[in-house]
Design a protein around this ligand. Structure first.
Ligand SMILES: [Zn+2]
Length: 430
């Protein structure tokens, strides 16, 4: 579908009353009565909520190197089907995205696929090895214009290296996205440390292993006056530390995943590795604190940490299974269930947490713009009244490791537009 001029009839922008949205040549030109719009294709959007295109700060697209799990083509199609118009591709590929060449390759493959914008994240250290800083400047100046740097999957645990990384990115307004996991405290860890791990006899992953790194990094970011982003916050204590850091006026932002907003470590009792994830599922009290933190803005945004794995890496015994869950195609539905249907967030705040804020943190200029005349027509039409069981076999992702499989969730992404071009129509790839 190559049309970029549309009239969307009767949509509910950010959940408000019905309005027509006129799009001309990929730009929103009017919101209100667009009955007179000519030469445009029409979409009947009665009852559908219109949101700005979603932006994911944390996606594992697996290409290059693990195309058996996901490719840029399949991962970005999954993103579009989830309502995303931009994703940040994490650097733990093979080869690692630690040079201008690799990040440019990923950026170009994303453009060629065309389902959503792909913004590569650069590695903090060469080969994610945690010893030498990667060439941030060359990645920042490349065609990919890298601004977010992360060794995600691993923690930059060396405090001196972390300090230098934070100092280095200031030159081009970059941000270090930290996977907060103190390595010594989590050696061999398999699940959240607590009552459930005791019962199940699995090595525990204490909350303090996450919280200690977050506290240290907030202090380091403040000390050098730089920007820290905390990936996948999973504990109540982490929310408290970030709330404290923000109260100081420090440049700290944070994300939470859909699965940490909905699922708890009780699920591990099944020993089904689909629930094995890093950081691990935590307790109901942690879930409540994460929801509250997202609602009050302590946690800036939702990020999927979409982590596809081939069947053989997940359908095996718990101890040797890979960590990670898919999430792009269910993120908005989970957020509706956990945050909107519970009254914690309205749709304007969902737009903030899933589009505007992640775009701002990722330094993406053309994404996360308000639904208003003059904005690029990046938007999603979503039916909040729909409801269906999650079936990973129908997902566009190459992998099937969704922890929501079989669960009935509200909502359905009906259409996604990327600069006015439909990537999804009638809930299917356009
Ligand atoms: Zn991570």
């Amino acid at each position: 579908m190559t049309a970029t001029s549309w009239v969307i009839r009767g949509a509910r922008p950010l959940g408000a009353g019905p309005a027509d949205i006129a799009i001309t040549d990929g730009t929103i030109t009017a919101i209100g009565d667009a009955a007179g719009q000519r030469g445009a294709q029409a979409i009947d959007a009665a009852g559908l909520i219109a949101l700005p295109g979603l932006v994911d700060l944390h996606t594992h697209l697996r290409e290059p190197g693990r195309e058996d799990a996901e490719t840029i083509e399949t991962g970005t199609l999954a993103a579009a089907l989830g309502g995303f118009t931009a994703v940040h591709a994490m650097a733990n590929t093979d080869p690692v995205a630690d040079t201008a060449g690799v990040t440019e390759q990923i950026w170009r493959l994303g453009r060629a696929a065309g389902h959503c914008d792909v913004q590569p994240v650069g590695a903090v250290t060469v080969g994610l090895a945690g010893s030498r800083l990667a060439e941030f400047g060359a990645m920042a100046e490349s065609a990919a214009r890298v601004r977010v740097f992360s060794d995600d999957g691993r923690c930059v645990s060396d405090a001196v290296l972390m300090r230098r990384a934070l100092e280095y990115v200031k030159a081009f307004d970059g941000v270090i996205a930290q996977h907060a996991q103190e390595p010594r405290l989590t050696e061999g860890a398999q699940m959240n440390e607590g009552a459930a791990s005791g019962r199940l006899g699995l090595a525990g992953w204490p909350a303090v292993a996450e919280e200690a790194i977050i506290a240290r990094d907030c202090l380091l970011a403040a000390h050098v006056g730089s920007a820290l982003h905390v990936c996948h916050v999973s504990t109540a204590g982490s929310v408290e530390i970030i709330r404290w850091a923000k109260s100081k006026g420090w440049r700290v932002t944070a994300e939470v995943t859909p699965h940490h907003l909905l699922l708890t470590d009780d699920l591990v009792a099944s020993y089904d590795p689909v629930y094995k994830v890093n950081p691990p599922l935590r307790t109901a009290a942690d879930v409540a604190a994460l929801r509250e933190g997202l609602a009050d803005g302590t946690i800036d945004c939702v990020a999927t940490d979409h982590a596809p794995h081939p069947v053989e890496a997940k359908e095996t015994e718990w101890a040797v299974a890979a960590f990670g869950m898919t999430g792009l195609e269910t993120a908005l539905r989970v957020v509706q269930q956990a945050m909107v249907d519970t009254g914690l967030l309205g749709w304007p705040q969902v737009a903030d947490r899933m589009s505007a804020r992640p775009a701002a943190i990722g330094r993406l200029s053309g994404q996360g713009q308000p639904l208003a005349p003059g904005s690029p027509a990046n938007l999603v039409l979503y039916d909040p009244a729909a409801s269906s069981a999650v079936d990973p076999a129908t997902h566009a992702s190459r992998s099937r490791n969704s922890p929501f499989a079989g669960l009935t969730l509200p909502g359905q992404v009906v259409a996604t537009l990327l600069r006015g071009r439909a990537t999804v129509l009638d809930g299917k790839p356009a």
